[in-house]
Design a protein around this ligand. Sequence first.
Ligand code: FAD
Ligand code: NAD
Length: 157
Amino acid sequence: MDDHQFRTAMSKFATGVTVIAAEHDGHIHGMTANAFMSVSLDPKLILISIGHHAKMRKMIESSGTFSVNVLSREQKDTSMLFAGQKQATHPYSFNTFANLPIVQESLVSLACTVHNTHREGDHTLFVGNVYNLLINDHAEPLTFYNGHYKNLQFEGV
Ligand code: FAD
Ligand code: NAD
């Protein structure tokens, strides 16, 4: 099996899209990530997986805190911006929530402290302790499937 086959297989797992944000030394950095999951209810833990070479890894290791922002379908450009697929024409303006930078208009924003860190292969898994959150009930999710952004049609099955 080569890398392409592995990525193609993983791309069949439809996901939402998040932007992780962290602040260190007065600098705010954002990064698009779909490797995100809920881990535990007691305590309230989530997990993100960040490539070793991503700038975001050092930002989180330095700050010890990060936000996870679940994007809405209106935020495809935001996802592309923080994946390096689109260049910013002006500095991105983050909001502040629970002392952390967050992406405004997200479906959900989670404020996290680093609970645990695991190096696995070429990624670092950060387990985050969620200490506060915001929910926007009036938006629908951006999704990523088969290497493309999708807008879901919500129909019962
Ligand atoms: P950079 O590549 O330097 O930054 C990312 C982009 O964000 C750059 O264009 C930068 O200019 C911009 N940016 C950052 N901060 C600011 C700011 N304050 N103002 C304006 N612009 C800013 N990688 C993973 O490791 N894990 C994943 O789960 C993951 N999921 C992904 C899901 C999708 C749908 C996509 C498209 C990509 C995913 N990636 C994932 C890849 C990851 O988003 C890119 O490799 C990203 O470029 C890595 O970011 P970086 O931290 O190295 O910083
Ligand atoms: P893609 O076709 O490369 O991604 C499809 C799926 O493969 C992703 O949803 C993810 O589950 C998996 N994947 C891709 N790259 C991976 C990596 N380096 N490590 C672990 N799993 C990976 O999608 P794309 O639109 O071509 O992605 C744009 C860029 O973002 C690519 O450079 C891709 O490598 C990167 N990306 C990284 C991750 C990740 O690190 N977890 C996830 C998605 C996309």
